[in-house]
Design a protein around this ligand. Structure first.
Ligand code: NAD
Ligand code: WQD
Length: 336
């Protein structure tokens, strides 16, 4: 299949390009580089020895998007493009609503106009808000207890896509709810490259390991979890990328929703310890206050993706820490 990958220069998008080509697909990338570097795509091209057309465009620009589709037929779209910083979304909610929702609306318009049969959307475990019970299945309650505009955009876009699918019965839409993606490609050539202070735990730990930051701040050790620190379902980004390839298998029209997680919870202290083992030094950390909006625990039931997509994550937390450390130590300044 020939796939348009929006946001393909980003963290998950660049890893997905590799897995798409390994599976025999081809791709083009549309990205405005708001949070990424074209160097990521160049490195993927080098690794695969292929040329991947790169369109530097804002998916919120309906005209530019229409022009792209008028010149090139696509068999499917994987829509990664969007803004993802939880804290920034609280500071600047309009930018988040505008970017994430407008880009999705524009894509749905071209899907309708150009009869694209399948859209895969990057949703998030954040749509589950405060879990009623664990593990989270695709039927778990959504929308209650989402604490930030970023999370609201994912919840709203899912609803918009369901409404769109109802009125366009030939289109398949796959909503992939990612848990906590971590790690990097095992080559060390591509990985996560936060432009500012990392919001997420693993890239923060990696920057402590490489000496860019003095210590990890652990946000609370008084949660009702085994060691008191927050527990999450960390999924290796390469396993996650393969989930997109699995989801490309011919899908029936309608909306399909899948959790992509491992089903296993790991605490903040366990992750720091795993990374310390990977980089072979004890990483300093300090317990500080809880971060507002955080939940104690979150992990997936991914049986549905296993059964229907034959998708099975294969990589461990140790693999993710080793690969992330390889990327971080070989590229201390990311792509710059
Ligand atoms: P990322 O920031 O690395 O990638 C997003 C890409 O989209 C970037 O390359 C950015 O330049 C591009 N982009 C942003 N706005 C754009 C626009 N208007 N037009 C064109 N391109 C635009 O983030 P990521 O971690 O790779 O996340 C990819 C997707 O997965 C996002 O939609 C994110 O919300 C979602 N997601 C991420 C996580 C996570 O923890 N990383 C978890 C759940 C869901
Ligand atoms: C993980 C754990 C923190 C940083 C966020 C988004 C979610 C999704 C993934 C996109 C928590 C603790 C963190 C630090 C810490 N993104 N922590 N010190 O909050 O589970 O999910 O990213 O969709 O929507 O909300 O991930 O990596 O920020 O935090 O102690 O410096 O690490 O309290 O327990 P989170 P995270």
């Amino acid at each position: 299949m020939h796939i348009l990958v929006t946001g393909g220069a980003g963290y998950i998008g660049s890893h997905t390009l590799i897995e798409l080509y390994h599976a025999g697909h081809t791709a083009e990338v549309a990205d405005n580089l708001a949070n990424s570097s074209v160097e990521a795509v160049r490195r993927v091209e080098k690794m695969l020895d292929v040329s991947i057309p790169f369109h530097q465009l804002d998916v919120c620009n309906a005209q530019a998007l229409d022009q792209l589709f008028s010149h090139q037929p696509f068999d499917a779209i994987i829509h990664f493009a969007g803004l993802k910083s939880v804290g920034e979304s609280v500071q600047n909610p309009l930018r988040y609503y505008s970017t994430n929702i407008t880009s999705s609306l524009n894509l749905l318009s071209v899907i309708k106009k150009y009869h694209i049969p399948h859209l895969i959307f990057s949703s998030s475990a954040t749509v589950y808000g405060t879990p009623e019970s664990l593990p989270l299945t695709e039927n778990s309650r959504t929308g209650i207890g989402i604490t930030n505009p970023y999370g609201h955009t994912k919840y709203m876009i899912e609803q918009i896509m369901r409404d769109f699918a109802q009125s366009n019965p030939t289109v398949a839409i796959t909503l992939l709810r990612y848990f906590n993606p971590i790690g990097a490609h095992e080559s060390g050539a591509i990985g996560e490259d936060p432009h500012d202070v990392p919001n997420n735990l693993l890239p923060y730990i990696a920057q402590v390991a490489v000496g860019k930051r003095p210590e990890v701040q652990v946000f609370g050790d008084d949660y009702p979890t085994p060691d008191g620190t927050g527990v999450r379902d960390y999924i290796h980004v390469v396993d996650l990328a393969r989930g997109h390839v699995a989801a490309l298998a011919p899908a029936q029209p309608g909306v399909h929703t899948y959790n992509l997680g491992t089903g296993k919870g790991t605490s903040v202290l366990e992750l720091i310890s795993a990374f310390s083992a990977a980089c072979k030094k004890e990483l300093p950390y300090r317990i500080v206050a809880r971060r507002p909006g955080d939940i104690a625990e979150c992990y997936a039931d991914s049986q549905k993706a296993a059964q229907e997509l034959n998708w099975h994550p294969t990589k461990s937390i140790a693999d993710a820490c080793r690969d992330s450390w390889r990327w971080q130590s070989q590229n201390p300044n990311g792509y710059r």
